[in-house]
Design a protein around this ligand. Sequence first.
Ligand SMILES: Cc1cc2nc3c(=O)[nH]c(=O)nc-3n(C[C@H](O)[C@H](O)[C@H](O)COP(=O)(O)OP(=O)(O)OC[C@H]3O[C@@H](n4cnc5c(N)ncnc54)[C@H](O)[C@@H]3O)c2cc1C
Length: 298
Amino acid sequence: MKKIDAIEKNLKGRLRKNISLKKYNTWKVGGNAEYFYEPYDLDDLIIFLKLVKNQHVTFLGNGSNVLIRDSGIKGFVVCLKNSLNNFYRGNDGIFTFEAGLSCMKIAQISANQSFSGLEFLCGIPGTLGGALRMNAGCYGENIWKSVDSVVLINRSGNLKNKRKEEFNIDYRNVDLDDGNFFVSASFNLKKNRLNDSSDKIKELLKNRRISQPTGLPSCGSVFKNPDNDSAGKILDSLGLKGYRIGGAYVSKKHANFIITEKSAKSGDVEELISFIKHKVLEEKKILLETEVKFIGIK
Ligand SMILES: Cc1cc2nc3c(=O)[nH]c(=O)nc-3n(C[C@H](O)[C@H](O)[C@H](O)COP(=O)(O)OP(=O)(O)OC[C@H]3O[C@@H](n4cnc5c(N)ncnc54)[C@H](O)[C@@H]3O)c2cc1C
């Protein structure tokens, strides 16, 4: 790998050293990134990956489904949330969105052009890249339902087109070969009547405000729902609402949400998750799986 100064000279994007990641995740916890890079555009990202040559790289979107550990992340964190945010509309309802676009923006863009299928993304506070990796969804929908194809980039900066059929798509997870990341996705959307999608978006956002602690630092649902059951209902039945460790506590509004206070450490959240898992296993004989991804040095 070339020296950092030499790499930086070749880039249009911002490459910084030792950056706190608290600002870059919705729990607002965690340590520093050894190096933090925000690409200017796709060409800049390709140049960057060719220059850092197979170093350890972690991609981050809006950090709304990750627990970043207090010891931080070694190597390079590539954050797409402020870049790669173009979109193109082709013929017959094919829309291509870059991976840094927010889910909210994608819902609005397609709704404003009277195409349906992605309205449910409106309340999901992530980027497209994160949503593809997590197979984000709600209200019976998920993002991969309307995906046609995606473009991946690997650690050497090479691009590859892949069709939806080439992926294993699971509940809140899509497997990616190590060192591959999403840079864009094309969707096949259906034309609908003017305002239908915008009305649906308003309704969905209202439902969220009623049922979830929106506006407080969280990562959404922490645990996946077990088959034919609801993780939130299980935690509620065990009286866990309000239970706290350090600066992290179980939301009183929705038991599958963990909220952090300003003083919270990532370790508080991890300990609370572990406590809940043990309690549910002991009392209900159910092994809960986390939806949230843990990243960084243990
Ligand atoms: C209030 C709230 C409500 C939520 N509601 C929902 C909901 O209804 N449904 C739902 O599914 N989720 C929900 N979430 C969780 C979260 O918003 C989604 O999972 C979202 O899709 C994550 O996107 P992100 O950009 O924040 O990803 P991040 O948290 O940044 O990353 C998530 C994972 O994806 C990887 N990743 C990020 N970008 C890329 C990329 N370009 N290529 C490859 N891998 C990448 C990361 O390394 C990490 O492993 C909610 C979260 C909050 C805070």
